[in-house]
Design a protein around this ligand. Structure first.
Ligand code: FAD
Length: 536
């Protein structure tokens, strides 16, 4: 059997290795138009920041490695020009000598990845491109590194504030370059909800980064310009061969990574995935998924039975000491997709403050539904904090992968000792807060909802449960200050029939105040999710 693979980075090489592990009877050849293979694209910003010693450390494997370890032939600088799906052949060009030849396959695996979206932006010198770079592969990295070494730029403008833009921001700043960022959407890091993105923007500004949102750049006036404006799946070969493309513009595959042609598979950044919570098509080009889907493609092409279970769209990045992670749907996406949701903001330290714990903000979204099977199901989580974020997001991901509901979280038997966590871990608290809001009459109101209701002129009784000094410093317009310790006595004087909102700084005393008022007979009491800190 002859297996041909197009593309030799994360997905293509995973597919080749898995195919070989399954069988010694296949001849496996990978065509790659670039000269670098199997590299860590994810590590590239860290090379620029001086955290990675050499480019070789990012690309430690060469074709000889794959030949000797897996008996796989990787032909670099070979571009596939055409797939003939009927004849089951590829037309290939050797980029070193210009020779064009044909090769045939029994099974083909397309792992052509993605390419950068390049906006049309003029740079200061009028020479678009001379100091403007996208970062997609090692060749791009080499060009940026050489430019920095030669021109010693003092300023950089990063266009786009997604994960890669933000990682570049941190690493260029560490090189002593003054960074500005521009984002055409109204917030940084567009995959987050606006309230969580604000925390990222604050951190950027605290480190001297100038951030402009809601701005389309036409002229980039900086010594160095980084275009981090997203990627698009590389599907032209597949499309020209009649292979079906999905709604997101990436190659459509089934759970076995098979395209609409039974002997052609696809994997990695060129394919469309599905969201494992909603079942809907999404496009999340990530190295983690490219490795997973590559392995499945290699398995399927050699008769294996592995099947893809979809993705939650989990991602994480670091920016100036802040870890930012998300999984599943944001509140915005959940509402856009028609879900009725309960939302909570849980602000807690990852370990006791006496052990140096620092606060993280966990925003979690659960489904409200009349269908008992769906009611309380977790839809998404975003976390921003200095430490312990990676561990919590992975606990949420694991729970959500098995269909967890809010109530399930407080029952998790998580590891606890002071150096690692709090007696009730922030994940467990998140479940308790959501469950109390969903089913125990301790409803939450988000800042956005409260603002809308205030602006609509709704008659609300807003109780600031903090001490007088905090209230005097700043409070929500129209709020009345009744510190928690006075609330029991003062409650009888309050109107029981008006919708009431309690709040404190972060939500905990607000919840205590909510409990007091509910137990004293106030009919409808919300606690402000995330407290005064979340209300802007
Ligand atoms: P690609 O890496 O795009 O490789 C596809 C290969 O196919 C390319 O080498 C291309 O030359 C080749 N090819 C295309 N067409 C042809 C053709 N016609 N003939 C021959 N060869 C062809 N992901 C994470 O999960 N976490 C991270 O922290 C993270 N950080 C990142 C940081 C940066 C700066 C970048 C750029 C990406 C990052 N990613 C991250 C994403 C991750 O790198 C990609 O998801 C991963 O590289 C996808 O692998 P792939 O093999 O599907 O595609």
């Amino acid at each position: 059997m002859k297996i041909l693979i197009i593309g030799a980075v994360a997905a293509g090489t995973s597919a080749a290795a898995k195919a070989r592990r399954n069988t010694e009877d296949a001849q496996i050849t990978v065509y790659e138009k670039d000269s670098y293979i199997s590299y860590s694209g994810c590590g590239m910003p860290y090379f620029l920041g001086g955290h990675v010693e050499s480019i070789d450390a990012l690309a430690p494997r060469d074709p000889q490695f794959f030949k000797s370890k897996y008996n796989v032939d990787i032909k670099t600088r070979h571009e596939v020009l055409e797939i003939d799906a009927t004849a089951k052949t590829l037309k290939i060009k050797n980029l070193d000598n210009g020779e064009i030849f044909t090769d045939s396959f029994d099974k083909l695996i397309i792992a052509t990845g993605a390419k950068s979206v390049i906006p049309t932006i003029k740079t200061a010198g009028g020479t678009a491109g001379a100091n403007a770079f996208a970062l997609r592969n090692i060749n791009d990295l080499i060009k940026i590194a050489a430019f920095i070494d030669e021109h010693k730029p003092k300023s950089a403008l990063i266009v786009g504030t997604g994960y890669i833009g933000l990682e570049m921001c941190e690493n260029l700043t560490e090189r002593g370059i003054e960074v500005s960022m521009v984002e055409k959407l109204p917030q940084v890091c567009p995959s987050l909800d606006e309230d969580m993105a604000r925390l990222v923007q604050k951190r950027l500004e605290a480190h001297g980064v100038r951030v402009s949102t809601g701005v389309e750049v036409e002229l980039a006036d900086a010594d160095l310009v980084i275009l981090a404006t997203g990627v698009r799946p590389e599907v032209s070969l597949a499309q020209n061969a009649g292979i079906a493309i999905g709604a997101t513009g990436a190659i459509a595959v089934n759970a076995k990574m098979q395209t609409n042609h039974p002997d052609i598979y696809a994997c990695g950044d060129c394919i469309e995935q599905f969201n494992s919570v909603t079942g809907r098509a999404i496009y999340r080009p990530l190295g983690s998924t490219a490795n997973k889907t590559g392995r499945i493609a290699g398995d399927s092409a050699t008769g294996g039975d592995l099947e893809f279970r979809g993705v939650l769209g989990t991602g994480i990045f670091q920016i100036f000491g802040l870890s930012v992670a998300q999984t599943g749907l944001s509140e915005r996406e959940a509402r856009e997709q028609g879900f009725e949701v309960a939302v909570c903001h849980n602000i807690k330290p990852g370990k006791p403050e006496y052990m140096g714990g620092t606060e993280m903000v966990i925003k979690a979204i659960a489904q409200k539904s009349d269908d008992a099977k769906l009611d309380g199901r977790l839809l998404g989580v975003q976390i921003v904090g200095e430490d312990g974020v990676d561990k919590r997001i992975d606990v949420f991901v694991t729970a959500m992968s098995f269909g967890a509901k809010a109530l399930d979280l407080e029952h998790l038997d998580l590891a606890y000792a002071p150096p690692f966590s709090t007696t009730k871990d922030p994940v467990m608290y998140t479940g308790m807060i959501l469950e109390n809001s969903l089913h125990r009459g301790r409803e939450l109101i988000t800042s956005a909802e409260l603002k809308t209701r205030i602006e609509a002129g709704e008659k609300l009784q807003i109780i600031d449960a903090r001490v007088a000094a905090q209230f005097e410093k700043d409070h929500i317009g129209g709020a009345e200050n009744v510190p928690l310790e006075r609330l029991r006595d003062a409650a009888d004087a309050l109107d029981r029939d008006i919708t009431t909102v309690t709040y404190c700084n972060k939500g905990v005393s607000g919840n205590a105040a909510q409990n007091v008022l509910i137990n004293k007979g106030v009919k409808k009491v919300y606690n402000l999710s995330g407290g005064r800190k979340s209300f802007n």
